[in-house]
Design a protein around this ligand. Structure first.
Ligand SMILES: Nc1ncnc2c1ncn2[C@@H]1O[C@H](COP(=O)(O)OP(=O)(O)OP(=O)(O)O)[C@@H](O)[C@H]1O
Length: 258
């Protein structure tokens, strides 16, 4: 299959914490529209990549470019406004706010009318608010969250909360969505549901996703490309089938268990 022009280019990332080298010269490309999975044993550097992509960690070396714009050196807020959103393994929802308000907050950076101009131009503010509500409602529909709309996020069943977390990130209308273990802690049925929603999101929305996930079945089912890391180094990359059969990947996973 022909590879698309890369949306994201990561080159020679090096990230150190004191004596620990979390990333040691990591490079990869992600094409527009891909669902790109990053796998590897515990401590391999997967979360560190996410934290470099969204500006939380500053790599000592290397570059990250999104659609021709350098992300390295920018703040997390600046990177978010360039269209990079992420979900959190441990959920980034405000527990006391309703599901719909959590999704509205996800759109905050897209809202143009400030409070003062909102008072002066209440017609415009109202129209803007309506447009945001409509956008949020379409995400609620896409993820089949209608019956939980008014429920405080803290009361949502776990599988639904993970879906709401996905919704919160989608509400930002990202170009690039970073999914941090979207099925961690889920049972088989919840995992299959999430796989279905992720497939539907990809079908309906023009976004590119990077997935960090330990559930190999999900990775093999959904990913278009896979990057395997071990000790901060890329040990394999390619289609799910290629990476699954790679001797170094098998060794990295079985080595620790032996
Ligand atoms: N803030 C930090 N301070 C010190 N060391 C860190 C920090 N973040 C990550 N590390 C170290 O960097 C290495 C890579 O960690 P990272 O969390 O990126 O791995 P991971 O592949 O996401 O692991 P897991 O699957 O367990 O989440 C590990 O040795 C970890 O201890």
């Amino acid at each position: 299959m022909e590879r698309l022009t890369p949306l994201l280019e990561v080159r020679d990332l090096v990230l150190r914490f004191g004596g620990v080298t979390a990333l040691d010269g990591v490079s990869f490309d992600v094409g527009a529209g891909e669902l790109y999975a990053i796998i590897g044993p515990n401590g391999a550097g997967k979360t560190s990549i996410f934290n470099c992509l969204n500006g939380v960690y500053k790599p000592q070396q290397g570059t990250i470019t999104l659609d021709g714009t350098a992300l390295t050196g920018r703040s997390p807020a600046a990177i978010a406004s360039l269209g990079v959103a992420r979900t959190f393994q441990n959920l980034g929802l405000f527990e006391h706010l309703s599901l719909i308000d959590n999704l509205m907050l996800g759109r905050h950076h897209l809202m143009r009318t400030g409070m003062v101009s909102g008072m002066l131009w209440w017609g415009r503010a109202k129209r803007e608010e309506l447009a945001h509500r409509e956008a949020v409602e379409s995400i609620i529909e896409l993820l089949e969250l209608e019956s939980y709309r008014r429920m405080p996020a803290g009361l949502l069943p776990y599988g639904v909360a993970k879906r709401a977390e996905l919704g919160r990130a989608l509400a930002m209308e990202p170009t690039l969505l970073l999914l941090d273990e979207p099925v961690a802690g889920m049972n088989l049925e919840e995992t299959e549901d999430m796989a279905r929603y992720l497939t539907e999101v990809r079908r309906q929305l023009p976004l590119t996703m990077i997935l960090v996930e330990h559930d190999m079945r999900l990775v093999m089912d959904l990913a278009t490309q896979v990057l395997a890391l071990d000790f901060g180094v890329v040990i394999a990359s390619g289609t799910p089938a290629q990476v699954q059969d790679d001797p170094q990947v098998i060794e990295a996973y079985l080595g620790g268990a032996a």
